[in-house]
Write a protein that binds this ligand. Structure first.
Ligand code: FAS
Ligand code: PHB
Length: 396
């Protein structure tokens, strides 16, 4: 089948769904092509913390009702180093800003439901998606669905297909400006229907390794511990996880920790990656298709949302006022914000994780860095304003 739309969106993760919802509300026709099923997309356990900019954008898309009802407003976040527990209030350093704890799975579910209600078209199980004539003014996408090959003609393509997607790979390799740093460890995550051990998140640095105490609701907890990049999920079980977590979190928290069966356990590798080519011809890269950050700074999903904000406002300008002159602003704005989020995520990762190959000096220097930032007003302000998210930049 041959069909046509204005914006072909590749990928129905949070980037694709949020962009699709905003464009539909603006009356800009779009179709999403997703290679998995909706259930599979929802089964992936990922982010948990939303910046205020992300919350506002989800509301603007019309998918914010449940988030506003069930999301947990957090006005502070906690840290610990070798078991000593500290709290940072976010609002005094950020003119009253805070974060909302609401799982990416729920954001995705809300966006899927909103899209269905507004009649947006998402083609799931679209296989072998290929981008064509992306340097022309008549690009198109081909894909297979239910055994048939289809062609989707469009004006622009939004590559929202994540790090392993096809969009970035469709840009000529000699046009890609890429930067990468791979960390020698991953995060082993566990989800359990147990009450969170603390009322706000706790980022724990310890000589045995990093740990994070997070949550999804007052009855559902999300925990992570740093594991060597050679570890496999088969090397771990619930009991071993809980024992190790207790060794890394403050003793009073270990005392009151409620353990229970794992709903989910998985290991995520940690890397920092930036593709500075975020727009090429008629293709725009958004979210994980363009950049990956270690989850230590809770930036991945939020950075994707800020790309969506810029892309959405650009497309409105193009279709309402023919402002194609603004197209270069997309990459300019998104890259400036991306590198600041990449820096913060890298800095939080270097500050809080144990580099076992590093020497005693490095561990002492890490401790001093932590002491300075946790105990100085300037240090706390720096952490707070990056954690709640830097402001979105306007197109003009
Ligand atoms: P996504 O990867 O979410 O979505 C891309 C979509 O495109 C997928 O549905 C995929 O199936 C589809 N796709 C891929 N190739 C395709 C093709 N060829 N054709 C059609 N469709 C295709 N961020 C945080 O802020 N906090 C966290 O704690 C956190 N934890 C994470 C844990 C893991 C294991 C991972 C991988 C990421 C984590 N992230 C976290 C980052 C994560 O939340 C991403 O930033 C977020 O999913 C980005 O959303 P998208 O850009 O939509 O990409
Ligand atoms: C989570 O709850 O999954 C989460 C929260 C904050 C992070 C990373 C992950 O920095």
């Amino acid at each position: 089948m041959n069909h046509k739309t204005k914006i072909a969106i590749i990928g129905a993760g949070p980037s694709g769904l949020l962009l699709g919802q905003l464009l539909t509300k603006a009356g800009i026709d779009n179709i999403i092509l997703e290679r998995q099923t909706g259930e599979y997309v929802l089964s992936r356990i990922r982010a948990g913390v939303l910046e205020q900019g992300t919350v506002s954008l989800i509301r603007e898309s019309g998918a914010g009702e449940r988030m506003d009802k069930e999301g947990l407003v957090h006005t502070g976040t906690d840290f610990s180093f070798q078991g000593e527990h500290f709290h940072i209030d976010l609002e005094p350093y950020t003119n009253g800003k805070h974060v909302v704890v609401y799982g990416q799975t729920e954001v995705t579910r809300d966006l899927m439901e909103a899209r269905e209600k507004t009649g947006g078209v998402t083609i799931y199980q679209a296989q072998n998606v290929e981008l064509h004539d992306i340097e022309s003014d008549a690009p198109y996408v081909t894909y297979q669905h239910e055994g048939e090959v289809h062609r989707l003609d469009c004006d622009y393509i939004a590559g929202c297909d994540g790090f392993h997607g096809v969009s970035r790979k469709s840009i000529p390799a000699d046009q890609l400006e890429e930067y990468e740093k791979v960390y020698p460890f991953g995060w082993l995550g566990l989800m359990s229907d147990t009450p969170p051990v603390n009322d706000e998140l706790v980022y724990c640095a310890h000589e045995r390794g990093f740990a994070l105490c997070s949550m999804r609701s007052p009855t559902r907890s999300r925990y992570y511990i740093q594991v060597p990049d050679t570890d496999k999920i088969e090397d771990w079980n619930e009991e071993k996880f809980w024992d190790e977590l207790k060794r890394r979190i403050p003793p009073e928290m270990a005392e009151r920790l409620v353990t229970g069966p794992a709903i989910e356990m998985s290991i995520a590798p940690l890397r920092s990656y930036v593709c500075e080519t975020m727009q090429y011809g008629r293709v725009f890269l958004l979210g994980d298709a363009a950049h990956i950050v270690p989850p230590t700074g809770a930036k991945g999903l939020n950075l994707a949302a800020s790309d969506v904000d810029t892309a959405y406002r650009l497309f409105v300008k193009i279709y309402e006022d023919d402002r194609t002159d603004l197209i270069p602003r997309y990459q300019e704005i998104c890259l400036a914000r991306t590198w600041k989020a990449v820096r913060f995520s890298w800095w939080m990762t270097m500050l809080l994780h144990r580099f076992h190959s590093a020497g005693r000096f490095d561990f002492r220097a890490q401790q001093a860095e932590f002491d300075y930032f946790i105990h100085s007003e300037a240090g706390r302000a720096t952490i707070a304003e990056n954690y709640v998210g830097l402001p979105f930049e306007a197109l003009e």
